[in-house]
Design a protein around this ligand. Structure first.
Ligand code: BTN
Length: 129
């Protein structure tokens, strides 16, 4: 009986947190620069993982997947990519912060790294079917 009750509460907690995060996973997103983002592994505490493939003109580290880590609390979403993988090390990092609403995540980002002043911008991600 104890196990049954525990299992019930775990299922309820997991269901609540998944719907409370404003994100569905696994999910596939494109931003207005043509970059791709795949999200998966959303935990009950709102943390999630993913991969980001940068296709934005004027930036480095293009065309290969980079690990992404994030957290969603309510509809607020924050995620980070360190631009280092097996093909390239751009010695930089981007942090996006924004809001998830349905099939849109609207963000502001900061790109920091070695040898240049921080760059800031906005990205709008649309969930793809
Ligand atoms: C670098 O050039 O140092 C690494 C790649 C940075 C790509 C940035 S992150 C914010 C913006 N949105 C994108 O989709 N790509 C650029």
């Amino acid at each position: 009986m104890y196990r049954l009750v525990t299992a019930f509460f775990l299922v309820v907690a997991a269901t609540f947190s998944a719907s409370a995060q404003g994100l569905t996973v696994p999910s596939y997103w494109l931003n207005q620069r043509g970059s791709e983002m795949k999200l998966y592994d959303l935990k009950a505490d709102g943390t999630f993982k993913g991969v980001f493939i940068n296709h934005a003109a004027g930036f480095q580290c293009q065309g290969t997947p980079y690990d992404l880590w994030g957290r969603a609390i309510g509809n607020h979403v924050k995620f980070v990519v360190i631009w280092k993988n097996w093909t390239a090390d751009c010695k930089s990092k981007t942090v996006w912060r924004g809001w998830a609403a349905g099939k849109t995540i609207a963000t502001r980002w900061v790109l920091t790294g070695y040898g240049f002043n921080p760059l800031r911008g906005t990205d709008i991600f649309q969930q793809q079917p």
